[in-house]
Design a protein around this ligand. Structure first.
Ligand code: DAH
Length: 342
């Protein structure tokens, strides 16, 4: 067979093989097998040396033509193979935008924590500093330094969780005042938020663990008028436009002492069966007063030189009044239907 015939036969056979191939690898493999340095065409052209020199250019040209034809056909087949692969990939990756969304459940902060943060935010804007204080206390900080007489009923084991070593879980946030005042000198403007504990059974309005924010300001010549102005400012910032009422009351660590009420926002005192204020028209919201001289002395201050006001509020109570929640147990039951409302 002449070289030209061999070349033509190879071309025809190769073009026929291309038709049967549809994968990248197979086509590349064929290209190398036929046109590569050790390929079939090269092998045929090795016979050129036995051909008269005058015939060689024509054979070379025929070989080049065959090479181009094969390359073109392989390129076309490769392009077709890639197009098929691409469209099947697209088909398999199709997103059905009509499927219902799965949703992305987001957590949210607990209503108590939010109430606490909101109150703290207002105090901070008024120049108060947040200080945390221990939840485990001794009798001295929780009662003695706060001017509780030895026979005060709050010292009774009924009310206080006692630890085996004689210490106790603080029954209110007020011992934090003792810690802060002993560690620093006036002027002081501090709030101390945190959990407190009492041996109360869980019912609509009582819980063995609840939260308070104590707030106090000590400086020269602080007066009850400062307390009133400041508290009214805070309550208005927190509740909006509310009526505020001060009633004389007693706490061992203040003199004079007061309880502070806000007007019932639900019935405005007009509904005798109101489920929030029970027809009273007023809701007790916090205890307050001027820090007792005995307390100032117990922390090493001179009551002739400095005075201070203090108050303590219940965070659960704030949250309940704010959102008309009538059962304190809801805060700890972790019922998502309740928690999701906030
Ligand atoms: N510690 C009091 C309680 O738990 C609340 C309180 C009353 C705090 C008067 C104060 C205050 O700082 O001045 O019931």
């Amino acid at each position: 067979m002449s070289l030209v015939a061999e070349i033509e036969a190879l071309e025809v056979a190769t073009l026929a093989r291309v038709e049967g191939l549809s994968s990248d690898e197979a086509l590349e493999h064929l290209r190398v097998e036929v046109l590569g340095r050790k390929g079939a065409l090269t092998a045929i052209l090795r016979g050129l040396k036995d051909v008269p020199a005058g015939d060689r250019p024509a054979i070379g040209e025929r070989a080049n033509a065959a090479k181009r034809a094969i390359e073109e056909r392989i390129e076309a087949a490769l392009a077709a193979a890639r197009a098929v692969a691409e469209s099947s990939r697209l088909a398999s990756e199709v997103v059905d935008v009509t499927l219902p969304a799965r949703g992305w459940p987001r957590g949210r902060r607990h209503p108590l924590l939010r109430t606490m943060e909101e109150a703290i935010d207002i105090f901070e804007r008024m120049g108060f500093e947040v200080v945390e204080s221990p939840e485990i206390e001794d009798d001295e900080h929780n009662f003695e330094a706060l001017n509780f007489p030895d026979d005060h009923p709050a010292r009774d084991m009924q009310d206080t969780f006692l630890l085996e070593d004689g210490r106790l879980l603080r029954t209110h946030c007020t011992p934090s005042q003792v810690h802060v005042m002993r560690a620093r000198k006036p002027p002081l403007a501090v709030i101390t938020p945190g959990p407190t504990y009492r041996r109360d059974d869980l019912d609509l309005t009582h819980a063995p663990m609840f939260h308070q924010i104590d707030c106090f300001l000590v400086d020269e010549q602080v007066s009850f008028a400062d307390l009133k102005g400041f508290l009214t400012e805070f309550l208005t910032a927190f509740f909006g436009d509310v009526a505020v009422r001060f009633r004389a009351s007693f706490f061992p660590f203040v003199e004079p002492g007061a309880e502070v009420d806000i007007g019932c926002a639900l019935c405005r005192g007009k509904d005798a069966a109101c489920r929030v204020c029970r027809g009273e028209g007023w809701l007790e919201i916090l205890g307050a007063g001027m820090i007792h001289p005995n307390v100032l002395r117990a922390v090493g201050y001179d009551p002739e030189k400095v005075s201070g006001f203090a108050f303590g509020l219940g965070v659960e109570r704030l949250a309940m009044l704010r959102h008309a929640i009538d059962d304190i147990r809801l805060f700890t039951e972790n019922d998502l239907r309740f928690l999701r409302q906030f």
